[in-house]
Design a protein around this ligand. Structure first.
Ligand code: ATP
Ligand code: MG
Length: 413
């Protein structure tokens, strides 16, 4: 990372400092499993929970995702935290393009955490199965991947005896709805007592009450909390409840290998597709079984195997990327000889906040950011040429960082 010194009051981090900082933040991700946005007090965890009925392919998908994540990240501090929690690299072809142009010694991708949650059954919210414990696990994630069985296989038991995506999705959603309703009732009871001391907390409690009442009536109609439009203030006021149906969902239609080439011919997939759109959620069609077998094959045999199934590429990367953008996450890059690195921010973050992801000092002492779009960087071929051509812009503290920006920060400590 080369930085030009513009004046003496600028402390310009040497490449070794930058590299230490980035390693440090890599460790932070693992230890705390959280990115903290210091001064802006935005704390963001990147957890996606894999849920579904028992025996639908959750663990098979989890294992494939985690193995793939390892493969994507040659130099990434990947680790499995517990047997059912894994940090996975977010595949991004732009990283390698930038790294080649900058002749970087290493590439560090963005990451996301996947959690394999045990099967949920009807009655979970009443403690059926290992119900409440699983619901607690779901409460801790930021987004949900709901695996729906769309493959027929008489040897693999379906808990309800038949493959029926609508009923499977309903069972899971109903448990989430029941659990949210219970939380909301308890909370509204408390709010009735109106313990707010000052006018600010009174306002917040009122916003919370209003939001919870609208959510409550949606839930009674079987609609998820996320379907209710809320103001930022209202959203903030109910955040502490971590409502399950507030979390964004991607439905994962898990199909047989024989369906991979033409999934639209499988009526179960069509049903999931329709439900996903009714429930304002995403959809990815995948064969967890095939993906998990792929991760065990040497690279050179993978394409051949996929070809034999009538498809050209693995969709795991798409699933990981879809999960990442579902969380409202965006990527900006730093790119130099030492390394090319993808940094994760929330959509709408300003340059100082984005700088704070690297180190809080970058945010506190932020002066300016030099930034160039990914496309312009690639067209120019290097930061130096981008600067010569006037493509490298100097932006101040109000600049909202755009997806794919390549950035340099100037700061003062
Ligand atoms: N797309 C698929 N096609 C065929 N078989 C599959 C597919 N996906 C998973 N399976 C098989 O289904 C069985 C159950 O898979 P898995 O153990 O991943 O389910 P699970 O949802 O994790 O179950 P549990 O809730 O019990 O943990 C396994 O034998 C697995 O190989
Ligand atoms: Mg499992």
């Amino acid at each position: 990372m080369a930085m030009r010194i513009a004046s003496t009051n600028l402390i310009v981090p040497s490449s070794s400092l930058i590299s230490r900082l980035s390693q440090f933040s890599g460790v932070m991700v693992i230890r705390n499993r959280r990115f903290s946005f210091s001064a802006s007090k935005i704390s963001m965890s990147l957890k996606a929970g894999i849920v579904g009925l028992p025996n639908v392919g959750k663990s098979t998908l989890f294992n494939a995702v985690v193995e793939n994540g390892k493969a994507q990240a040659a130099n990434f501090p990947f680790c499995t935290i517990e047997p059912n929690v894994g940090i996975v690299a977010v595949p991004d072809p732009r990283l390698h393009v930038l790294s080649d142009l900058s002749k970087s010694q290493r590439v560090v991708p963005a990451s996301i955490e996947f959690v394999d949650i045990a099967g949920l059954v009807k009655g979970a919210s009443q403690g059926e199965g290992l119900g409440n414990k699983f619901l607690t696990h779901i409460r801790q994630v930021d987004s949900i991947l709901q695996v729906v069985r769309c493959f027929e296989d008489n040897d693999i038991v379906h808990v309800n005896g038949v493959i029926d995506p609508k009923s499977d999705i309903d069972v899971i959603n109903l448990e989430l709805v029941f659990s949210d309703l219970e939380q909301i009732e308890k909370r509204l009871e408390k709010l009735k007592k109106g313990k707010a001391k000052d006018s600010q907390s009174k306002l917040k409690e009122e916003a919370e009450k209003k939001a919870l009442e609208s959510i409550q009536s949606a839930l009674m109609d079987g609609r998820p909390a996320r379907s209710i439009p809320l103001s930022d203030f209202e959203k903030d006021s109910i955040k502490h409840l971590s409502l399950l149906t507030m979390k964004p969902v991607i439905y994962v239609a898990n199909v047989a290998e024989s369906d991979l080439a033409a999934p639209e011919e499988n009526p179960h997939v069509n049903e999931v597709m329709k439900l996903a759109s009714d429930l304002q959620s995403g959809l990815v069609t995948i064969s967890a079984q095939v993906e998990s077998e792929l991760t065990e094959l040497p690279h050179e045999e993978r394409t051949e195997y996929l070809k034999s199934l009538g498809v050209s590429e693995s969709v795991l990367g798409n699933l990981i990327r879809a999960t990442y953008s579902l969380l409202g996450l965006r990527t900006y890059f730093t790119s130099g000889e030492k390394e090319t690195k993808a940094w994760t921010i929330l959509a709408g973050m300003t340059a100082p906040q984005a700088a704070g992801v690297i180190h809080s000092d970058f945010e506190k002492g932020f002066i300016r950011a030099e930034t160039v779009s990914y496309d312009d960087f690639v067209a120019a071929g290097s930061l130096a040429v981008a600067r010569e051509k006037g493509l490298l812009r100097s932006e101040g503290k109000d600049y909202v960082v755009q997806e794919g920006d390549v950035m340099l920060f100037r700061f003062n400590v």
